[in-house]
Design a protein around this ligand. Structure first.
Ligand SMILES: Cc1ncc(COP(=O)(O)O)c(C=O)c1O
Length: 460
């Protein structure tokens, strides 16, 4: 691995024009250009985009097939007046219908994940109203989950770090624990029984809240928050599905991260043989070439709206023509370049390297599926202690990783969590789905080097 000797990048000091950027947290390198899995800064340093931006870049950077599609569309029209039909919107919705599982056939386009989640919550409410179930309005979420930053998304999310400042402004809706994984499984209990026990928490919560009030349950398919990437047995989701059906509760699968190939299938719920009633997607759908989000609903949920019910909602930028052009090109690439298959096979190769990281005292867990691998960083995996916030462990990790040619997406999980929860900081390995085995090897070598230097810096 040829790593040029260079100083460790630090967070940028807010001075000059940078002081005019509200609440800016980036490190010093300035992005100049990006291509494939690589980012290049203005000093000519190259970085592997190891987390695919915020686990979102499903095709590589600067693919001319996408940039040309966007500019071709911009030359025709960049925005469509609301009085006229936007053909591209129908094209994208039809493409999603062809790819989405089961009868998830109708899509409402938005501009991102948070908007998609808020939209899903409102579709669920209006669906129940149309069905005469007027009391149903509460959405059950999972603790420590992330569903975005709008007030609706924060209400169903469960990460205290994100919610606390805004608590008085959020809906006081219930949360359960997501599937908790092998670490919390009681001794002697098998995996499936434990998964069923976790799933039954939903039925208990519906009972206590009152089924007549519960509109929907929302969760991410492969773990929530600190446990992101934890893959439950299929029985977990199948049982959740049954419980939702029993109480007329809609199941919302938030596939903003997992949708469009990240876990080796088009959508992560396909691993479990359970179909959601509403699916939220964003990120990978346009590979971040333009802001795009989508809410795809089943035929049952669509029925009242197909029969004339008007959905009371809308955004100026929904189904924006340039985002639609980008998404159509991205979906073409995902299919033509077989990137979903590459996510499955190269992902398997990635996960076959887990042991190499688990040998370290600072890696407590390696989990995930496809090209989503989550390593859980701790101070000591025997005690499952994490570093105190003053130790600035994430900042040091990111700086060393950048020096070694890796750009990671750093989450706020870890440093803000009380030690009692015994969880570390998730590190997301989620590169563009076009990554090759050789590039994975390079990424992992650089990560090994980064971990060794970071451990030394942290006094381990
Ligand atoms: C599962 C999930 N849902 C929703 C969102 C919000 O998406 P956005 O940042 O596009 O609003 C995110 C963002 O990371 C996410 O991970």
């Amino acid at each position: 691995m040829a790593t040029p000797e260079r100083e460790i990048p630090t967070p940028r000091v807010a001075e000059g024009d940078w002081a005019r950027v509200f609440s800016h947290h980036a490190f010093t390198p300035i992005l100049e250009r990006a291509e494939g899995i690589y980012l290049y800064d203005t000093e000519g340093n190259r970085y592997i985009d190891a987390s695919g931006g915020p686990i979102a870049l499903n095709v590589g950077h600067s693919d001319p097939r996408v940039t040309e599609a966007i500019s071709r569309q911009a030359e025709k029209f960049a925005y469509c007046h609301p009085a006229l039909s936007n053909r591209l919107r129908a094209d994208v919705c039809a493409r999603i219908a062809g790819l989405a599982p089961g009868d998830l056939n109708t899509t409402y386009l938005v501009s991102g994940g948070s908007e998609a989640v808020d939209t899903a919550i409102k579709i669920a409410r209006q669906y129940h109203l149309a069905c005469g179930r007027e009391q149903k309005h509460k959405v059950i979420g999972t603790w420590d989950s992330y569903h975005g930053m709008t007030l609706g998304a924060l209400s169903v999310a469960g990460g205290p770090g994100f919610r606390k400042p805004f608590l008085p402004m959020l809906f006081d809706w219930p949360h359960i624990r997501h599937y908790r994984g092998p670490r919390e499984r009681p001794r002697g209990m098998n995996e499936v029984d434990f998964a069923l026990e976790c799933a039954r928490e939903l039925e208990e919560m519906i009972y206590f809240v009152g089924p007549e009030q519960v509109s929907a349950f929302i969760a991410t398919p492969v773990g929530a928050g600190k446990d992101y990437g934890l893959v439950p047995p299929a029985e977990y989701w199948q049982t959740i599905r049954e419980i939702c059906d029993r109480y007329d509760v809609l199941l919302i699968a938030d596939e903003v991260v997992t949708g469009f190939g990240r876990t080796g299938k088009w959508f992560a719920m396909e691993h479990f043989g359970a179909q959601a009633d509403i699916m939220t997607t964003a990120k990978g759908i346009s590979g971040l070439y333009a802001p795009m989000g989508a809410v795809t609903v089943s035929d049952r949920v669509n029925e009242p709206f197909a029969n004339g019910e008007i959905f009371i909602h809308g955004f100026t930028n929904m189904g924006h023509p340039l985002a639609c052009a980008a998404s159509l090109a991205v979906l073409d690439i995902l299919e033509k370049d077989h990137l979903i298959e590459n996510s499955a096979t190269t992902g398997e190769y990635l996960h076959s390297n887990s042991k190499r990281f688990l040998a370290r005292q600072t890696i407590a867990e390696a989990r995930g599926k496809g090209l989503l691998m989550v390593l859980e960083l701790v101070r000591d995996k025997e005690t499952m202690d994490y570093f105190a916030p003053e130790a600035r462990a994430e900042e040091k990790f990111q700086g060393i990783a950048l020096k070694n040619g890796l750009a990671f997406y750093m989450s706020l999980y870890g440093p803000r969590r009380p030690g009692a929860l015994k969880r570390g900081m998730p590190l997301y390995i989620a590169p563009p789905l076009s990554i090759t085995r050789d590039q994975i090897d390079d990424l992992l070598d650089r990560l090994d080097q980064t971990l060794a230097e970071w451990e030394q810096t942290m006094g381990i």
